[in-house]
Design a protein around this ligand. Structure first.
Ligand SMILES: O=P(O)(O)OC[C@H]1O[C@](O)(CO)[C@@H](O)[C@@H]1O
Length: 362
């Protein structure tokens, strides 16, 4: 039972504490310096940065069922005293509130994202060329490698070698053969989105799958995909030597072989255990990308890494695979020997982005 395990807190001595002490002030600086906002909004963001450790949760969502439990539990509490995941999701919602996102529609992280896109332009072409010889396991691995490059954390990690701790690709290949529908919970824009689109393009061509891509309805965790990220990537590809690939994706979207769906669930503090019944296609194979989604399967709780996932995710209705680089303090399903070896190799193996899993949860 998940509820037997406590939620990961913001611990000053752990990754969570470092995130609020070091990573978020740096991210706020990047937003402030990106010239997207007038002086008044920049001043609000400066204020937020200087008050991060004393920020008190105020209600910024009205009559939103996805946030009611959150406010019932945490309104007027210090952000530092919230579980790590809840505090992070609120912080991003608060940034959107301060920048008036709902009215103005400016993605606070758009400058960071577009710089990254430009930087990767040549790499997209190289990968497309290399992929001519790829088969399904390579596209899955490509999608995993894309997850190394999230903009909130591992900006220059392209060349980091990655160690696969769990590799359930044989089962996944079998499930691809049987599936008619695949739902993919996307994670980051840029290189990761590109590698995910390569995978789903292949799945449609090879297996005739109908794909649903789940994206965020508003910016969160810096680089999570929103609709404009898909549009911008496809435009860039079409304009710079990858027109065939961009056209292939656009055609599949037009013919509804690929459906893109944004839902506010994904920017709410809710977890997979609270997934609305109709959000995922019935009988679909579920692919989940990235670290933040992985945390959501386990309600971001403190779980021993040797704990098998099966007993914790009984609520899942779909065969589910996580394609994920480890970037935070949670991992399930490892052997004792693996954990002892990893602990002896590097104390920060769970968060430094050099390990990964392709893990079947169901
Ligand atoms: O883009 P991903 O792979 O979900 O990673 C997001 C990162 O931000 C975090 O939410 C931590 O702030 C972690 O889950 C992870 O380190």
């Amino acid at each position: 039972m998940l509820s037997h395990y406590p939620k990961i807190p913001i611990d000053p001595l752990a990754f969570s504490g470092m995130t609020f002490r070091v990573r978020y002030p740096k991210i706020l600086d990047e937003v402030i310096n990106s010239n997207l906002y007038n002086q008044e909004i920049r001043a609000r963001l400066h204020n937020l940065k200087s008050q991060l450790d004393t920020l008190v949760v105020k209600r910024i969502h009205e009559n939103d069922p996805l946030w009611e439990v959150f406010y019932a539990d945490y309104e007027e509490k210090n952000l530092n005293d919230l579980p790590f995941f809840d505090a992070e999701v609120y912080l991003f919602a608060y940034i959107l509130h301060l920048t008036d996102y709902d009215r103005v529609g400016t993605d606070p992280f758009s400058t960071i994202k577009s710089q990254d896109l430009e930087k990767n332009q040549a790499t997209f072409d190289t990968i497309l060329l290399e992929s001519k010889d790829w088969d399904t396991p390579d596209f899955v691995l490509g999608s995993l490698h894309g997850n190394k490059s999230d903009l909130s954390q591992l900006k220059s990690a392209e060349e980091l070698s990655i160690q696969l701790l769990l590799d359930d690709r044989p089962q996944l290949l079998h499930d691809f053969e049987c599936a008619t529908h695949v739902d993919m919970i996307l994670d980051n824009a840029g290189m990761e989105l590109f590698s995910d689109l390569m995978l789903v393009n292949h799945l449609v061509d090879r297996y005739g799958h109908q794909i649903k891509l789940h994206i965020k309805s508003a910016p969160i965790f810096v680089s999570d995909v929103i609709q404009s990220d898909i549009d911008n990537l496809l435009s860039l590809l079409a304009a710079h030597g990858a027109k065939d690939f961009a056209d292939a994706i656009t055609n599949k979207i037009e013919q509804e072989q690929i459906i893109v769906q944004a839902n506010p669930f994904w920017t709410s503090p809710q977890h997979f255990s609270q997934l609305p019944v109709d959000l995922i296609t019935p009988h679909s194979l579920l692919l989940s990308k990235g670290d933040a989604n992985y945390r959501r399967f386990f309600e971001d709780r403190i779980i021993p890494s040797t704990q098998p996932s099966a007993s914790l995710i009984k609520y899942l209705k779909h065969p589910t695979y996580c394609i994920r680089t480890l970037k935070s303090d949670i991992q399930t399903g490892l052997t004792e020997v693996q954990c002892i070896t990893l602990d002896s190799q590097e104390i920060d193996w769970k968060v430094n982005g050099t390990r990964a899993v392709i893990q079947m949860l169901h």
